[in-house]
Write a protein that binds this ligand. Structure first.
Ligand code: ADP
Ligand code: ASP
Ligand code: MG
Length: 412
């Protein structure tokens, strides 16, 4: 029988009623003739609660124990979902990551899936089981410890299963009915897209659109998984939701496809560092060794052999970045007059494959922000995106203004 992967996020399994509701949806696909792999998230709010408990118990926690605690939310949902399906007389069984096994790297709290041997689950399907309910977000390291895949990681579990099991499709059921031109919670004018190219979805996700975890899109693109995002709260018809697919399969051609934002950015400036060969390596080497994800970088014009170096990184990594830079000063590798961390910034990005062939997008973006009186602090561009850092208080305003200027509420 063909295999279908269906993933249900936290709000879709937030309580027993909702679990029953989505189990019915699974029942429809079983009746359609599919063997179904259901990937579940923890009930909404649960993972945050578990993360909070770990932090309260041990501020500089052991990442292996973090994973032991934080992975547990998904176990509860998987068991409850299997029970619910059994109550509906659908042969179902739950699986934790290690039982499958979902083999991952040992990078605790941000592990990567390396292999999912399909044999165990396929053998159960052959015996008549119709639904394998798998706890998302978790796996097992080569050392035999439980790992987690980073926040939002159940999306990645789902796509990885679709690739490993040769599924016909991977359906991601969530609390919105597809991928929008921007977060519909920020802009009432956001428009649902029928299709979006892998490359664009990858950029939007990595720039903050949390509707899909970045790594899940990467995997879908690499293994050509047919990926659909749709609502678990609405009756579904064929062609519902948004299909994430190859660029060639898309007719709509706007220069900009979507606007993403991220409020978890910080801007760090090292004032007055020596402008000499090797200075960038001396600064960014230790940051990288400390695991700081540096995003944008600018080096200002130098005066009298001194320059300012600015970079951005996730807010939660500011303390780590400060520690790494201070120890680089102590070992005599760099020196600066002071280090300024601005944590009240947000990153806004415009994304679209049309930018490859059309110029003027950056100018239009900067003009629009200037008309709203919004100051740009840092700029970064790549082939299909332009990102700016601005004061966080202007974040919503900037998203809406850019959505308007690029006519994203209009089709075509
Ligand atoms: P789940 O719990 O189902 O995994 P998430 O909260 O992780 O759901 O992702 C869905 C959310 O992503 C939506 O509620 C929406 O606020 C947000 N989002 C951000 N950007 C977009 C976008 N461009 N299109 C749709 N949703 C978006
Ligand atoms: N429960 C995890 C989280 O909240 C994984 C997921 O929902 O995708 O990040
Ligand atoms: Mg999610």
């Amino acid at each position: 029988m063909p295999v279908l992967v269906m993933k249900f996020g936290g709000t879709s399994v937030a309580n027993l009623d909702r679990i029953r509701r989505v189990a019915k949806r699974v029942g429809v696909e079983v009746a359609n003739g599919y063997d179904v792999i259901v990937i579940v998230s923890a009930m909404s709010g649960k993972t945050n609660e578990l993360v909070g408990w770990v932090g309260e118990t041990s501020p500089l926690y052991d990442a292996r124990e973090y994973d032991a605690v934080v992975s547990s939310g998904e176990n509860v949902t998987a068991g409850l979902m299997a029970l619910t399906l059994q109550e509906m007389e659908i042969p179902a069984r739950s699986w934790q990551g290690w039982q499958v096994p979902v083999k991952t790297s040992s990078a605790h709290s941000a592990a990567r899936i390396v292999d999912i041997p399909p044999a165990n689950i396929m053998a159960k399907f052959a015996e008549g089981m119709r639904v394998a309910v798998v706890a998302g977000f978790q796996g097992i390291s080569p050392e035999g410890r439980i790992t987690t895949l980073g926040r939002g990681g159940s999306d990645t579990t789902a796509v990885a299963f679709a690739a490993a099991m040769g599924a016909e499709r991977c359906d991601i059921y969530t609390d919105v009915d597809g991928v929008y031109t921007t977060d519909p919670r920020i802009s009432p004018k956001a428009r649902k897209l029928d299709r979006i190219a892998y490359e664009e979805m990858l950029e939007l996700a990595s720039l903050g659109a949390k509707v899909l975890q970045t790594r899940s899109v990467e995997l879908a693109m690499r293994y050509n998984v047919k990926l659909r995002v749709l609502s678990s709260f609405e009756e579904q018809s064929d062609g519902a939701g948004t299909l994430v697919c190859a660029e060639e399969e898309i007719m709509e051609s706007k220069v900009v496809t979507g606007i993403a934002y991220s409020r978890d950015e910080a801007k760090m400036t090292l004032m007055s560092v020596a402008d000499r060969p090797g200075i960038a390596a001396a600064i960014f080497g230790p940051l990288s060794e400390a695991g700081v994800n540096v995003d944008m970088i600018i080096q200002n014009i130098s005066e009298e052999g001194r320059t300012d170096m600015t970079f951005s990184c996730p807010t939660e990594q500011v303390a780590r970045a400060e520690r790494a830079l201070k120890s680089a000063v102590e070992t005599g590798n760099i020196n600066y007059s002071h280090l300024v961390a601005d944590t009240d910034v947000a990153k806004i990005s415009a994304v679209g494959i049309g930018m490859r062939s059309q110029s003027g997008v950056a100018a239009q973006m900067f003009r629009t922000l200037s008309n709203e009186g919004i100051n740009i602090k840092v700029i970064a561009t790549s082939e299909i995106k332009i990102s700016v850092l601005i004061d966080r208080k202007y974040m919503e305003l900037a998203v809406q203004a850019l959505h308007d200027t690029f006519d994203l509420d209009k089709v075509g």
